[in-house]
Write a protein that binds this ligand. Structure first.
Ligand SMILES: *Cc1c(COP(=O)(O)O)cnc(C)c1O
Length: 494
């Protein structure tokens, strides 16, 4: 299997090890596979009896053909170990009727980014060997909260890799900030910027594209690599849990082989939902892909009108991992639907005018698979409360956005197929807002909120979030967004 840029009309030439190492394509596009491998119903049925690591290794081996199965199985077994994913990697929980919640936050940072970031560093480590690389990889990450911590946990103390994380100083929760500021490991660095998530992401992209920076790093034995969800090594592992969910639906008798199910994904950068789409292209019987947004609802508008327009107000919401104006992975969907030439033109228009409009046929094709809904702040809080009161399920703010979207879709369409709703964070990650939504009053302080939420709802604080306030703070730096490159050089001491 070879890979090419979303913006290139040339033949695919890059191996998966090369693109996992490189991250972003040289022309600014994202890497995509030249074709989609098939997954037959027979293969799916065989996976029903396998553990999550085996399911993951089998799916990944279809895309990462320059890794052998034993390598992948070793890495998947280490990544999705029951001691780091307590209670399983992607368990399905009954909400009510045909609604299932897929909990993707049982990993070491209590957020779904762990699903990819526990395996990706291992894949990168092997990629360095496979490509004969002798320099140290410097991973730069822009995060709106969860990615940063999950990447730091995934890469800490990995050989020949350093990682630096940038986050918007007022754009992440108090708990997320604490998680990052207290990160352990000898090869990690964290820096806040004055700006929002898009400023951080743009800043990282600018650094990646700066040739003099690259040269300076090269002279000192480093090269840039990314861990953001634009990296294929992040995306591919996310295909797995949709297959895994279907296996579980089959095992539970909710679906018979061939029956389809819908998925609803709380969406930011469009990586998670795009992975579901890839699973569908492989042959997994997914019906509709419901794209759930918060008040930053560009994707809802895009999926309805065909116009993507980032020229609008930006809201800080209680689901900050979805506070995004540029959903980078949408470019991959455009490439699959409209081809590389048009994708390059859309992206040029996006960077020049902040918007683009796809042709009617392109929109129609997209709408065959995707539909968008959003939940504003009130709807999100109401959903948290109702879900807790009516069904005894405590959901985080992002998950609540998805539950709301799923219900809107079902109400509007009457579609009765089983609905798998992704739960992307533990409610304890956003304990303050969850507490307020459930009880109608504020916790005594943001830092007390987890304990109070636990007492109120009689649920347990997951291990990655317990005792957070007692860990020593290591990183407190805040820089203006123009100074991000300097912060990188500072960290490397060059
Ligand atoms: C990253 C994240 C999302 C959005 O996922 P994308 O793949 O960027 O669309 C949703 N919820 C949480 C909690 C996240 O951390």
């Amino acid at each position: 299997m070879l890979y090419k840029s979303t913006r290139s009309t040339e033949k695919a030439t890059a191996t998966s090890a090369q693109i996992i190492k490189q991250g972003l394509a040289a022309d600014g596009g994202l890497f995509v596979p030249e074709s989609i491998p098939e997954l037959s119903m027979e293969e799916i049925r065989a996976l029903c009896n396998e553990s999550y690591p085996v399911r993951a290794a089998k799916i990944l081996s279809k895309f990462l053909t320059d890794y052998n199965y034993e390598e992948l199985l070793t890495d998947c077994t280490a990544a999705y170990d029951e001691t780091s994913f307590v209670g399983g990697a992607a368990p399905l929980v009954d909400l009510h009727d045909n609604y299932k919640i897929m909990e993707l936050w049982h990993g070491p940072t209590a957020a779904f980014k762990d699903m990819a970031l526990q395996i990706m560093p291992r894949l990168l480590s092997r990629a360095l060997v496979k490509t004969g690389e002798e320099r140290t990889a410097l991973i730069l990450v822009a995060t709106s909260g969860d990615t940063g911590k999950a990447a730091l946990e995934g890469y800490k103390d990995i050989d020949r890799v350093k990682i630096m994380v940038f986050y918007p100083v007022d754009g992440v929760s108090r708990i997320q900030k604490l998680q990052m500021a207290t990160q352990t490991g000898s090869n990690v660095n964290v820096c806040a910027i004055e700006g929002n998530f898009d400023d951080a992401q743009t800043g990282v992209k600018v650094i990646f594209g700066d040739e003099s920076m690259a040269e300076k790093l090269n002279q000192n034995g480093y090269f840039f690599s990314s861990a953001n969800s634009i990296n294929w090594g992040r995306l591919a592992p996310q295909i797995v849990y949709y297959v895994s969910a279907y296996c579980d639906l089959l095992s539970a008798g909710t679906c018979k082989p061939g029956d389809s199910f819908n998925v609803c994904v709380p969406t930011g950068n469009f990586g998670n939902i795009f992975a579901a789409y890839l699973a569908k292209l492989m042959g997994l019987p997914i019906g509709k892909l419901i794209c759930a947004s918060n008040s930053n609802n560009l994707l809802t508008d895009f999926l309805r009108t065909g116009t993507y327009d980032r020229n609008r107000d930006f809201y800080l919401t209680m689901s900050p991992s979805m506070d995004i104006l540029i959903s980078s992975n949408l470019e991959r969907l455009l490439c699959f639907t409209a081809g590389s030439e048009k994708t390059a033109a859309y992206m040029q228009s996006l960077s020049k005018n902040g918007c683009y409009t796809v042709e009617k046929e392109v929109l129609q094709k997209i709408q065959e698979n995707f539909i968008g809904y959003f939940a504003d702040e009130k709807a999100t809080a109401d959903t948290i409360r109702e879900t807790y009161v009516q069904h005894g399920y405590l959901s985080d703010t992002h998950t609540a956005v998805a539950i709301s979207a799923a219900k809107q879709y079902v109400a509007e369409s009457g579609d009765t197929r089983p609905m798998v709703i992704d739960s992307t964070a533990s409610p304890y990650k956003f304990a303050n807002n969850v507490y307020r939504a459930v009880t109608g009053k504020d916790a005594s302080s943001v830092l007390e909120a987890p304990e109070e939420l636990s007492r109120e709802t009689n649920t347990e604080i997951p291990y990655p979030l317990a005792g957070l306030t007692k860990r020593p703070v290591r990183f407190e730096k805040v820089v203006p967004r123009e100074k991000m490159a300097d912060a990188v050089l500072d960290y490397l001491n060059i």
